[in-house]
Ligand binder design. Structure first.
Ligand code: GLV
Ligand code: MN
Ligand code: MN
Length: 412
């Protein structure tokens, strides 16, 4: 099979996709169901149509573009990623796997492959948690990890429900129809930028992901007592922000205390009420992202944070309410798909590195309904979720080539 990647086309398509953004270039902001997201979807569907793929969308906006195989009734081989982008991020997170996946399919078409199984490009809705506070919304629903009734309770920060938002965007059918039937995919492979610097530092062009770490996401509401920043003396205070600050430090301490490099904790959201320089904060809401590759270790560290919360609530005379947004389990990837990717790297003469994904991905949830693995390409300085995120054209093309080879192998 003579596989060739049209590098220029892939780069141009990534550039065009990046232009659908609510932030000035090079930053990309593309929140799910926003007008720019809907325009990006229209662009992607037109590309898939031009490649002769059959496109369908489900009620939450997951988009499937299928290249029908010789035996269309067999479970398909899936590939893909997401195209939503967190505020002021870059142009490659997720998109490399969507457009790299599409180019892989076109490369197989150019090589005159007639796959036995269908090969399907899947563009997931809302991998990023920006709008609803929960990541991987589309793949959670597809895999049945999130039930439709629970998803219907999701709201954005203005209190608008998922159903309201998606129906305004033109996705009106019931969420009950999103879940995929058992055996829909025989395998799923996701191409993604590494979002770390291991490949670059070791000068290894490709990573084959063998395990994916999983986050627990928590929302913590602290209620103290407000007052005049000059008049209320320090011993009298019940400052909600100072309690939040202690929790943030407890998160750092808990992440470091496991001694494992794979444990990480972040407080990425902190809303202070009333938010005036001369007013003692009476209410604070923080959101914590805490991750590990080992579930028991992660949960033990979280238990330490909760104990700390109880102690400091009593000491600072504040109330602390905890809401677990999600607590997902890490996964091991499927040897079937890992082997297909490793073989594909070898076949094309590329060294590859087995590695852990510390970022989460839709593959984490797809693993509940199909054998999955991921292919990583380097990104400059390991930078991601920033406007200066960058993947070199040769790395994008190499990823797409190896993906094509693995898809051909899995599709038979
Ligand atoms: C995905 O974007 C993550 O936060 O890992
Ligand atoms: Mn991301
Ligand atoms: Mn991503």
């Amino acid at each position: 099979m003579n596989l060739t990647i049209n590098r220029q086309q892939l780069v141009t398509e990534l550039e065009t996709l990046a232009s659908f953004s609510d932030a000035p270039a090079p930053a990309v902001t593309r929140i799910v169901f926003s007008p720019v997201d809907l325009n990006a979807r229209a662009y992607l569907k037109s590309l898939c149509g031009s490649a002769g793929l059959t496109v369908r969308e489900d009620p939450v906006g997951n988009t499937f573009a299928r290249w029908t195989g010789r035996e269309p009734n067999l479970p398909a081989i899936g590939t893909g990623s997401h195209t939503d982008a967190i505020p002021f991020s870059g142009r490659y997170d997720g998109t490399a796997g969507v457009l790299g996946g599409l180019e892989a399919i076109r490369a197989l078409q150019r090589a005159q492959l007639r796959p036995r199984r269908s090969i399907e490009l899947l563009i997931f809705t809302a991998e990023e948690p920006t709008l609803f506070g929960i990541g991987c919304l589309g793949s959670r629903l597809l895999s049945g990890s999130l039930r439709a009734e629970t998803a219907r309770q999701l709201k954005n920060r203005d209190g608008k429900t998922l159903d309201e938002i998606r129906s305004e965007a033109g996705f009106g059918d019931s969420l009950d129809r999103v879940r995929l039937p058992p055996g829909y995919y025989a395998a799923f492979v996701e191409l993604h930028i590494e979002q770390g610097a291991i490949l670059e530092r070791r000068s290894i062009p490709l990573g084959v992901v063998t395990a994916i770490a999983a986050p627990a996401s928590l929302r913590i509401a602290i209620e103290g007592e407000g007052g005049h920043a000059g008049a209320v003396l320090m011993p009298e205070r019940r400052d909600a922000f100072l309690a939040a600050a202690e929790i943030a430090l407890a998160v750092e301490q808990a992440a470091k205390s496991t001694g494992a490099i794979d444990t990480v904790g972040t407080v990425g959201v902190c809303e202070v009420f009333p938010g005036a320089i001369n007013s003692i904060p009476s209410r604070v809401r923080i959101e914590i992202d805490f991750r590990d590759t080992d579930l028991a270790r992660r949960d033990a560290a979280l238990a330490g944070i909760f104990k700390n919360c109880d102690e400091l609530a009593a000491r600072r005379r504040v109330t602390i309410e905890r809401e677990m947004i999600n607590a997902d389990a890490p996964i091991q990837c499927s040897p079937l798909v890992v082997d297909a990717l490793t073989r594909a790297c070898r076949e094309h003469g590329f060294e590859s590195l087995p590695m852990v994904s510390r970022a989460y991905h839709d593959s984490l949830f797809m693993s509940q309904i199909a054998p999955v693995a991921m292919l990583f390409i380097p990104c400059r300085n390991g930078v991601s979720h920033r406007p200066d995120e960058y993947a070199a054209p040769e790395d994008l093309a190499r990823g797409s080539l190896v993906l094509a080879q693995a898809l051909a192998d899995l599709a038979g």
